[in-house]
Design a protein around this ligand. Structure first.
Ligand SMILES: [Mg+2]
Length: 206
């Protein structure tokens, strides 16, 4: 039914709970406008503290200082350490997604994780669920930069046209789509699994 040979999974908001939900809660609890954090991150395209942290260019302390500085410049006082703690509290696996990844692999597909992160995870049990595990903090590049998608495809042994990618951020899927991948923006595990079943013509849920 399909010519697809592999699937790339984002972690946060796809295989793990959504960090975006935690950020929204952080903003609500501290009286910040919705989307404040996203706007701060986007206000420094390419070279901002957030991106540098995810490329492994800043350690945690340097990141906290730099990002707090960027926030102050934008007129905001943000407890960045508490923000990171809240985001990290979303690193909770969605068991249904692990089940589905196992079934996709059993059916002969190659499964990759492609994550923007700031703390290496390849020694954690989660990495064993994938054939290929690619992390921005290790690679020194991050989504949506094309380079990190190239490296992922190379390690999978796949062409872009033979791969589906799931991510909860549209911005990350833009690059994937431009390279020729089939993409799905994840809103919930249930809808993601429906999409995978339809796309691969497989029964994935028990
Ligand atoms: Mg994500």
């Amino acid at each position: 039914m399909t010519r697809l040979a592999g699937v790339i999974f984002d972690l946060g908001g796809v295989v793990f709970d959504s960090p975006i939900d935690r950020i929204a809660e952080f903003e609500r609890c501290r009286g910040l406008e919705p989307q404040t954090v996203a706007r701060l991150i986007r206000s420094q395209p390419g070279g901002g503290a957030w991106s540098r942290f995810e490329r492994g260019e800043l350690d945690r302390r340097a990141f906290l200082e730099t990002f707090e500085g960027e926030s102050l410049e934008a007129g905001l006082e943000v407890d960045v350490s508490a923000l990171l703690d809240d985001i990290e509290s979303a690193f909770v696996v969605r068991p249904a997604m692990l089940e589905v990844i196992g079934r996709l692999r059993s059916s002969g597909l190659t499964a990759a994780a492609l994550t923007n992160n700031w703390s290496p995870m390849s020694d954690l049990p989660i990495a064993a669920h994938f054939d290929v595990f690619v992390e921005s903090v290790v690679e020194g590049c991050r989504k949506p930069e094309e380079e990190i998608y190239r490296r992922t495809l190379d390690r999978m042994g796949c062409e872009a046209g033979g791969v589906a990618m799931l991510d909860d951020l549209g911005e990350n899927l833009k690059t994937a789509r431009a390279m020729g991948m089939t993409t799905h923006r994840v809103a919930s595990s249930a809808s993601a699994i429906d999409w995978l079943e339809e796309t691969f013509g497989l029964e994935l849920m028990p």
